[in-house]
Design a protein around this ligand. Structure first.
Ligand SMILES: Nc1nc2c(ncn2[C@@H]2O[C@H](COP(=O)(O)OP(=O)(O)OP(=O)(O)O)[C@@H](O)[C@H]2O)c(=O)[nH]1
Ligand SMILES: [Mg+2]
Length: 419
């Protein structure tokens, strides 16, 4: 198992409401998800990053000693490094040194399953690598400093850069094509007026568990970060008969690297396009308020922070002190408590979803001629039939139907509206 020394940094110049311990703990969780052991996790407070080493020479030398003493193979920093900083650190410490984004990219690469997911991850990885190649040339020339190093080194880099940049273009093209397919599917849903509900939330909050509990989707669930990368859509029929689509998507994280959001734009578009968001929040987590804040900052970046939203306060089964619940309910507007795992209170959640869409459904009574059984079938398929009577003059049917569909039916002269 890879043994890692974690370094959690707080920059005095940085505006971040998270406490240092919390950032440190999350860095550990990310490390574990990568399959490495966090041998030690040291914290340090710096004024501002230095261009060469990020954390300053003295601190770097301390790290080198500690890394040697503890026998680690990798050093992981909580902040993003430039190519130059990374290489200089590696040189002084003598161990592989990576930053938080690389850690997240590694997890993403492990968990991507669909062609789209894999393409998005590769794109993010290359975009991360590209600007870091530049510094490599500088280093090659500095280290080699003689005949035969500078030229070919730089030339090789130029070739690498060109190759990578070609590959980036190709991946972007692939994504555009995949996105087109997605748009077609979405358009079809829109034409059929099928509302969509997106499950969103911090990673590990229980989004996939909730999707499984509602729809038997068979989505992978695990107590680790970023288990889900590929969005999944599932059709679902609400108790009032309305058909909806529920989607599960990639989880959010505090300080989610911006270019990861960029690379995952297509996936995250599902969020922006949804008619309703269900924010799944793990209330058993100590940082529940911080998670909420992080989710909203990603939503803001996606310009989806004004969408109708229900907060599902999840994992109530793990909460010992129930007095907390009252406070939480007060703090989160339009919220309710559930346990996705134990399927508790899901009826109330469905009711709340229904309330949100109530204006889309309409209640009516129709008389359909016997010759149009196809329309009766349609009513069963798209609506919720409450009563049906086969009369001599036709089929009397009382039901709930999506408004758009009822308008279409009422345009048909063969159909009589009773009420
Ligand atoms: N006790 C309890 N555990 C839950 C509940 N809901 C989810 N979990 C557990 O929380 C962990 C994460 O659940 P997931 O459904 O994978 O979470 P997610 O939000 O989809 O996470 P990512 O896909 O990784 O972003 C799993 O171990 C679940 O079994 C709940 O209501 N109660
Ligand atoms: Mg999931």
């Amino acid at each position: 198992m890879e043994r890692a020394l974690l370094v959690t940094i707080k920059l005095k110049s940085e505006k971040d409401s998270w406490r240092l311990e919390d950032v440190a703990e999350e860095l550990e969780e990310l490390t574990h998800t990568c399959g490495a052991e966090a041998v030690d996790n040291i914290t340090c407070i710096c004024d501002k990053p230095t261009p060469n080493l990020f954390i300053g020479k003295g601190k770097t030398q301390e790290l080198a000693l500690l890394a040697e003493e503890e026998g680690v193979n990798t050093v992981i920093l909580s902040h993003d490094l430039s190519g130059t900083q990374q290489r200089n650190l590696e040189e002084v410490i003598g161990k592989k040194t990576i930053d938080r984004t690389q850690l997240i990219l590694d997890i993403f690469a492990r968990h991507a399953r669909s062609p789209e997911g894999k393409t998005q991850v590769e794109l993010a990885q290359l975009q991360y690598l590209m600007p870091r190649l530049v510094g490599k040339g500088v280093m090659l020339s500095r280290l080699g400093g003689g005949i035969g190093t500078r030229g070919p080194g730089e030339q090789k880099l130029e070739v690498d850069r060109r190759r990578i940049s070609k590959r980036i273009d190709k991946l972007k093209d692939d994504l555009r094509r995949l996105r087109q397919h997605r748009l077609t599917m979405r358009k079809r849903r829109k034409e059929n007026a099928i509302p969509t509900v997106a499950l969103i939330g911090y990673t590990n909050a229980g989004k996939s568990t909730l999707l499984n509990a509602l729809t038997f989707a068979g989505q992978t669930v695990s107590d680790s970060l970023f288990t889900t990368l590929d969005p999944l859509h599932k059709s679902f029929v609400l108790p009032n008969g309305e058909h909806i689509v529920i989607s599960d998507t990639v989880g959010f994280l505090h300080n989610l690297p911006h270019h990861l959001i960029e690379a995952f734009k297509a996936t995250l578009e599902e969020v922006v396009e949804a008619d309703l968001l269900i924010h799944v929040l793990d209330i058993s987590h100590l940082r529940v308020y911080e998670h909420n804040q992080a989710v909203f900052s990603v939503l803001k970046e996606l310009q989806a922070d004004k969408k109708p939203l229900i907060t599902a306060l999840n994992k109530i089964d793990l909460l010992e002190d129930k007095t907390w619940l009252e406070q939480l309910k007060k703090d989160f507007h339009n919220s309710l408590t559930i346990s996705a795992k134990l399927r508790q209170n899901l009826d109330s959640l469905l009711e709340k979803i229904q309330e949100n869409f109530v204006s889309r459904m309409t209640h009516l009574e129709l008389l359909i001629p016997h010759s149009r059984m196809d329309l009766v079938d349609l009513c069963y398929r798209e609506g919720k039939v409450e009563e049906i009577k086969y009369l001599q003059k036709g089929i009397k049917i009382r039901l709930n139907l999506p408004r758009v569909l009822s308008q279409k039916l009422l345009h048909n002269r063969e159909i009589e509206k009773i009420s």
